[in-house]
Ligand binder design. Structure first.
Ligand code: C5P
Length: 399
């Protein structure tokens, strides 16, 4: 059975002896239905020839970040976008250290930073190296960055020793990629995203800088985890992620109404939208004219969607909010968690060049008893890390 049909798999080969197994890995990936392209580090080319991997993948191997000819074909950004899955196999201790610290001085490391694909890392090294503190710390960091570790396995090693550190066999790597856990299968989630626009007159509104990208990424990650997702989106310029049902709204009151209409029977509500806390108390029928002197706006509070969902008689089992703060992040987030009766809150600092309208974000997530720090990364892997926290949170509630 083909488990990777229509998947684009980018294979990153680094310089370890297990590189000799990668032609077999490419063959198995293609047998499973994937299109495969290969990136090699200079170290990998000491173990295996690019020509071999070109022959088995059917494509020229990518090796150099500064190769003008390759960039004119499928350049590194295009390659990063092309990939659905990026598999680094074998991943040496050195490669793992570089990935953990965000290096961008060769093609593979740059692709890791530039892609929104899922990233899989198959370590391969001597057993003592594998057990060393720096390698274990770096692997842990890879996991907090949303990368998935494949193995390593135990057994006899190329160096003649026996222990943990062998690269997983090609079959095992292919099986792991094809095996998508769907922890939220059969569950429905309501997600809000984007800003709201609160009209002042027929042409003006009060709004904010939210792009909606974080909310859309959360909706996409929940759908990938098997959930049915209702996305209630403010005015944004984004395409609907696959498997997500979208409802567009403009104002906080519209968003409140559409969320409440969908909350019954939902397992979770994730309020990512930057909802306006206030709206003008009236909307001028005609465009407000300029006049001498000051113009005072009178604002009235909007309904708090998140708090209303959390207090609803049909409260979902998981209610999660977001908190955009300009200071005192942890205290403000914990206070909001308690005040709005939430299960989880994801907090970030906002301001010039931070979070809003940016491709990357960093989040501190709090529950009543837990705290997770998710370092700065693109919003897609960040959203997948959030979904894993949601899964843990539901499991600890016994749901
Ligand atoms: O209290 P604050 O507005 O900072 O809380 C932010 C969280 O509350 C976000 O999850 C946001 O989606 C939600 N919210 C809401 N309705 C409002 C205001 C905020 O759902 N009127």
């Amino acid at each position: 059975m083909t488990t990777l049909a229509d998947k684009n798999v980018l294979l990153g080969v680094t310089g370890g002896i297990a590189a000799y197994k990668t032609p077999e890995l490419v063959r198995r990936l293609r047998d499973a239905g994937a299109s495969v392209r290969v990136v090699m580090t200079p170290g990998a080319q000491a173990f295996i020839s690019p020509l071999t991997l070109q022959a088995v993948s059917g494509h020229r191997v990518h090796a150099d970040l500064l190769d003008a000819e390759a960039e004119a074909g499928m350049g590194h950004i295009e390659l990063a976008r092309w990939a659905d899955e990026l598999v680094i196999a074998p991943a040496t201790a050195h490669a793992i250290a570089r990935l953990a610290h965000g290096f961008a001085d060769d093609l593979l490391a740059t692709l890791v930073l530039a892609t929104e694909a899922r990233i899989w890392v198959a370590p391969a090294m001597n057993r003592v190296m594998w057990a060393s503190r720096p390698v274990l710390d770096n692997c842990q960091r890879l996991q907090t960055l949303g990368m998935r570790l494949l193995g390593p396995a135990s057994g006899s090693q190329a160096c003649g020793e026996v222990g943990e550190g062998r690269m997983l066999e090609p079959d095992e790597i292919v099986a792991a990629l094809g095996d998508h856990p769907r922890p939220f299968l059969g569950h429905r989630f309501v997600v809000t995203a984007g800003p709201t626009h609160e009209a002042l007159d027929p042409v003006r509104f009060l709004g904010n800088r939210s792009s909606g990208r974080m909310g859309f990424a959360v909706a996409e990650a929940l759908a990938a985890a098997g959930a049915d997702v209702d996305l209630v989106a403010g005015p944004v310029n984004l395409t609907t992620p696959p498997g997500v049902t979208r409802c567009d709204v403009l104002t906080a009151r519209d968003m409140h109404r559409e969320v409440m209409a969908r909350i019954e029977g939902a397992t979770g509500f994730i309020g990512v939208a930057a909802v306006a806390d206030y709206r003008p108390d009236s909307v001028a029928e005609h465009k407000i004219k300029k006049s001498e002197g000051e113009l005072a706006l009178r604002l009235v509070p909007n309904p708090d969607i998140l708090a209303d969902v959390a207090r609803h008689s049909a409260r979902p089992a998981l209610v999660m909010g977001f908190a955009a703060e300009t200071r005192d992040l942890a205290n403000a987030a914990r206070d909001k968690l308690a005040r709005k009766q939430l299960d989880l809150i994801a907090a970030n600092l906002v301001g010039e060049g931070l979070a809003f309208d940016c491709a990357d974000n960093a989040l501190e997530v709090f529950s009543a008893t837990g705290h997770w720090s998710l370092p700065e990364q693109p919003k897609a892997p960040l959203a997948r890390a959030l979904v894993e926290i949601m899964v843990d949170c539901m499991a600890s509630k016994g749901g």
